[in-house]
Design a protein around this ligand. Structure first.
Ligand SMILES: [Zn+2]
Length: 281
């Protein structure tokens, strides 16, 4: 197996497949864009691998990049496969770095990319537990490297067409290793999916103590910074029973088409603005 096959990314889009003179030319192109897949190394129930989020960000990104014009100035970094996952502490196999360390890593790598001419850095994240952290890190990096746009996106957020594929209950309560994630893994890497199809978290019957107070919710407008141990003994938060490879294939098509559109629009744009707007009082 070659290194590229193992990583699942096309050689032409890997920044680290270039020589330094090629990288110099690539990164100084107008609109040069680097995408950093962000995953996690955390429990995903008794049936999904620890690499679930890392595999999703890397594989969907590889498909998205293959849809873009061959000469588009966009390259990927190797995925960051250990993320910020303290909510899953206590489940064997979970590894996590601190919020400060991950923030520092993003700023240090991002500052070097910007100094070498990169105009945009996309953090292509598939782990819901680090959305806020990556947004804060991106803002700090942008302040330090104002000529480079930093775009911290989440694989499952704002995806047109997703709501038509996933039942309402899963959209609201399938927070972890439930129907959507199990289905997508069945489509992408079925040999890594075990037999169990757990139901846990706020889907437990009878209703458990895991329900937040009225007006509050696990995620959403008035969220609680939940720990998996508040909600689930299996590590699943939601209901994985209706997962299927067919749904996974539909989710994959939907995610790839959505992100290919967004990357296309970013590449066609002049973002970020080259001149700051003057402050006027
Ligand atoms: Zn996940």
């Amino acid at each position: 197996m070659t290194a590229q096959a193992h990583l699942g990314l096309s050689a032409t889009r890997r920044l680290d497949s270039l020589s330094w003179p090629e990288a110099e030319k690539a990164l100084q192109q107008s609109g040069s864009t680097v995408v950093w897949p962000m995953g996690a190394f955390e429990q995903h129930g008794p049936h999904l691998p620890l690499a679930t989020d890392a595999l999703f960000s890397e594989r969907i990104l590889a498909s998205v990049l293959s849809e873009l014009a061959a000469n588009a100035p966009i390259w990927s970094l190797p995925s960051q496969s250990i993320g910020f996952s303290p909510e899953h502490a206590g489940f064997p196999g979970t590894l996590s770095v601190s919020s400060g360390l991950l923030t520092q890593l993003i700023i240090e790598v991002g500052t070097q990319l910007s100094a070498q001419g990169v105009k945009r850095l996309v953090l292509f994240n598939a782990h819901g537990g680090q959305i806020g952290l990556l947004q804060a890190a991106a803002r700090e990096l942008r302040v330090q490297s104002p000529s480079m746009a930093v775009l911290p996106c989440f694989l499952w957020s704002g995806v047109s067409g997703l709501a038509a594929l996933i039942p309402e209950e899963e959209l609201r309560g399938g927070l972890h290793a439930a129907q959507a994630e199990t289905s997508l893994m069945l489509a992408l890497e079925p040999r890594l999916v075990g037999e169990a199809r757990p139901v846990d978290g706020d889907h437990r019957q009878p209703a458990s103590l895991a329900t937040p107070p009225p007006g509050w919710s696990l995620e959403g407008a008035a969220p609680t910074a939940w720990l998996t141990s508040d909600l689930s003994s299996s590590g699943v938060i939601g209901d994985s029973r209706a997962a299927s490879a067919e749904l996974g294939e539909a989710l994959e098509r939907c995610l790839v088409s959505h992100w290919a559109n967004l990357f296309g629009s970013l590449l066609a744009s002049n973002w970020p603005p080259s001149q700051p707007v003057a402050v006027v009082n």
